[in-house]
Structure formats: C-alpha cells, structure tokens
Ligand binder design. Structure first.
Ligand code: PEP
Ligand code: MN
Length: 337
C-alpha cells in the first residue's frame, strides 16, 4: 500500500505513522516527492484496516500499489532515481558510458584498454574477474588479482569500476575493489545473491536474465531494494528468442517500458545483446535514441586473442567513433556524454 502524508507533516509525526504501520507487521519504506512523505507498506497488507489509516490526521491518501514490484515502481517514487558513483551520476542528464574488456586478462591488457576508453569518453571501467562461463573449461577469470588490476587501471585514468559478483560469499571482496556490483544475467534470479548485495551500500547493476520477462527483472530489483539498497541500475543485455543469427535478441522495447514502470536508471549492453562486433554500434545508437541512460560496451585492443567475448568486442578506434556519434544523438535528446 502507498500512504502519502500531508505536506508539512513533522518528522516526529511521520516517524510515528511509520512505527504504527511497522507494529502491524509490515515492512515500511519511505521516500519523498512533491513535499510529501510517501510510505510503501509491504507484506501481508490484509492485516491492516486501511480505511482507519486513511483517517489518521497526518495522512493525505492511501492507495494500493497495484504492481507486484513496489519500491521499484514509479507509483511509489515518481522521480527518476539518479545514482552517484564518484563523479558519475547515472540516471541524470549525463549518459553513463561503461566500457572495458569482457575479462581482466593481465596488467598490460587492462591498462591499455582503460586508457583507450577513458580518452574516448567512458567514465566507468568494466571488466570481469569472476566469469560466468558456459563451459567449466573456459577461462574463469583472474579472481582477486584481476580486481586489483582493474581498480589500479581505473584509478590511473579517473574511472569508476563495475565488476560482476557471482556468489554471496564474494560480495564483501567485490565491494572492496568495485564501485558498482554487477549481477550477471545468469544470476538475475539468484535470490541469495540479490539479498546479499541488497545489504551493501554499493550501487548494483542488475542485468536482465536470459529468459526473463520485464516483470521478473523488476521483481529481482525489488529483492535488492527490499533489503534497503535502493541503488539499482537495470541493464538490458538481450534475451533468448528463436533467432539464431545474433547471440541474443536485444529487447530495446524494454527501455521505454521500464522507464514508464520504474524510476530506476536503465542502461543497455549491445555487446552481449548482439554478440557481433559490427552490430554493436548500431544497437548502441538505437539504445540511446530509445531513452537509455547509458551503455555498457566491451572493448579490446586485441580481440582475436581475447580470453572471452573477442568476437563482440570493439576495437578502441571503433569505440571512440561510437562515443562521438552518441554525443550527437544525446544532444538531440537534451542529454550529454
Ligand atoms: C559480462 O558482462 O561479461 C557478462 C557475462 O554479461 P551477461 O551476464 O549479460 O551475460
Ligand atoms: Mn562478456
């Protein structure tokens, strides 16, 4: 349920209303909008007499939060959420350009790519140190050593870091090195992992699952938010369809749909969305035109020798050209890179 308090309600009176709802056994989350405290009361809402709540002196309105996701919904929080990571604000007028290798492979590799993407205009360095590989025999990542390299390369070029965490036990370690915790597509419904990142204060980049609906994706965001971490960035990375020409089908419909349903920032990963290097730039341009708040792009200076996802990695020169084009598209939309 959504309980909106009257403008001018004192902090004490708001806290009192929140306590009363908690005492009824509900989980209570608050936000502010239009000079009003808004309270989402979730759980078994049938235990409360809502007509009585509507009669409380401080209450302006009581309404049902109709969607299954509550905290992620625009009905609860009408304003766009903007997530600050160092000098980057994700979800505001400036587009978030995240780029880097699929996997951190070594010092020279990650420093070379970090320099290239920073010079081209990226603000966040991506790179996997723990890799979810389809085959157990494929390169699994450098682990903590990879995280150290990624952090050093990012710091050397003034970039923030995003890296994937695959298991709850590794969340603390990842949070030590990475500014944003990435939940991969394969783990979108790993609820133990979602709960664990929900307990941190780090922004979470939540990729859409390979075969997940938009509603399931937003419910996964809700799992993180219900633990208290409201800093979720959604990332559309393509879904499984009957099409086999591309690695996945990049669902750009999801961008305007999610923007309507949710206040959370949405970025697009056309690298995994297409799996094909020369299809990445057109879909990146389309994603920004569709209203995405940013991009995640795989870049490698020697993709033929990359240990993962070389076929979809842009050369640094291609990435530079793409960012220039994105800048032009952004301008039309009143945004910047
Ligand atoms: C990745 O970002 O390298 C990755 C493994 O992505 P996804 O989880 O979208 O497959
Ligand atoms: Mn990859």
């Amino acid at each position: 349920m959504l309980v909106v308090l009257k403008p001018g309600t004192s902090e004490t009176a708001a806290a009192d209303a929140i306590t009363r709802l908690r005492m009824a056994g509900l989980a209570v989350h608050r936000t502010e909008y239009d000079r009003r405290v808004r309270i989402a009361a979730v759980g078994d809402t049938t235990v409360v007499d809502w007509q009585e709540v509507a009669g409380w002196a401080v209450v302006e309105s009581v309404a049902k939060l109709a969607r299954p996701f509550k905290l992620a919904s625009r009905a609860f929080h009408p304003h766009d959420t903007v997530i600050s990571v160092g000098r980057v604000a994700i979800g505001g007028p400036q587009l978030a350009i995240m780029a880097g290798p699929c996997s951190v492979e070594g010092e020279e590799q990650v420093f070379t790519i970090a320099k290239a993407v920073a010079e081209a205009g990226a603000t966040v360095l991506r790179g996997g140190a723990y890799k979810p590989r389809t085959s157990p025999y494929a390169f699994q990542g450098l682990g903590e050593e990879g995280l150290k390299l990624l952090r050093r390369a990012a710091d050397a070029h003034g970039l923030a870091v995003v890296s994937e965490v695959m298991e709850p036990q590794l969340v603390t370690l990842l949070a030590r090195y990475s500014d944003i915790l990435q939940i991969g597509a394969r783990n979108m419904q790993n609820y133990a992992l979602l709960r664990e990142v929900g307990h941190t204060e780090k922004p979470v980049l939540l990729k859409r699952g390979l075969s997940s609906t938009i509603e399931e994706w937003l419910l996964s965001a809700e799992h993180v938010m219900a633990q208290g971490n409201r800093q979720v960035i959604l990332c559309e990375r393509g879904i499984r369809t009957f099409e086999t020409y591309t690695r996945n089908t990049l669902d750009l419909n999801a961008v305007p749909v999610v923007k309507e349903l949710s206040h959370l920032p949405v970025i697009v990963d056309p690298s995994h969305g297409t799996g094909i290097r020369d299809k990445v730039a057109p879909m990146a341009r389309a994603a920004i035109a569709a209203g995405a708040d940013g991009l995640m792009i795989e870049v490698h200076h020697d993709p033929d020798r990359a240990l993962s996802d070389g076929a979809q990695s842009l050369y640094p020169g291609q990435f530079r050209e793409l960012v220039t084009q994105i800048r032009t598209i952004a301008e039309v939309l009143g945004r910047q890179v």
